[in-house]
Design a protein around this ligand. Structure first.
Ligand code: THU
Length: 142
């Protein structure tokens, strides 16, 4: 695996910190994400909900779109921390839409998705494990 335990713990800490900014007055489900670039920069994001529901954005996409809008396109890993506002933390797996956004920018076998209940209790997956047989730019090549 090309990510160290130390990097995983740092990312989990940053995801938990970002979760604190979650704007989730409708679902009360709070999510934070910390995205690591190939240069070692960490971009964070939280879920941002909306009274019209549809415009809501997941934490993972907030982090990706923040990174891409700063000119960053090469990523190594993302850590996600989530759960109900007053409940235990979940293993907060990314939704299908966020997995598809990851596939746009990340290598399926070397991009790691870390879902953590705590710094000690986490799981690490490759993007390919969570989004097998994906549709992507290669399908549109003429
Ligand atoms: N949510 C995320 O932020 N990431 C996910 O991958 C799953 C769901 C958010 C969206 C919404 O604000 C709340 O969790 C409940 O669906």
């Amino acid at each position: 695996m090309h990510i160290s335990i130390e990097e995983i713990k740092t990312l989990l800490d940053r995801a938990v910190e970002a979760r604190g900014f979650s704007y989730s007055p409708y679902s009360h489900y709070m999510v934070g994400a910390a995205l690591l670039t190939k240069n070692g920069e960490i971009i964070t994001g939280c879920n941002v909900e909306n009274a019209a529901y549809g415009p809501s954005n997941c934490a993972e996409r907030t982090a990706f779109f923040t990174g891409v809008s700063k000119g960053l396109r090469e990523f190594r890993a993302i850590a996600i921390a989530g759960g109900k506002r007053n409940g235990e933390s979940d293993f907060a797996y990314p939704c299908g839409v966020c997995r598809q956004v990851m596939a746009e920018f990340c290598d399926p076998d070397s991009f790691y998705i870390i879902v953590g209940k705590s710094r000690e209790d986490y799981r690490v997956h490759t993007l390919r494990e969570l989004l097998p047989e994906s549709f992507g730019a290669a399908n549109l090549k003429v």
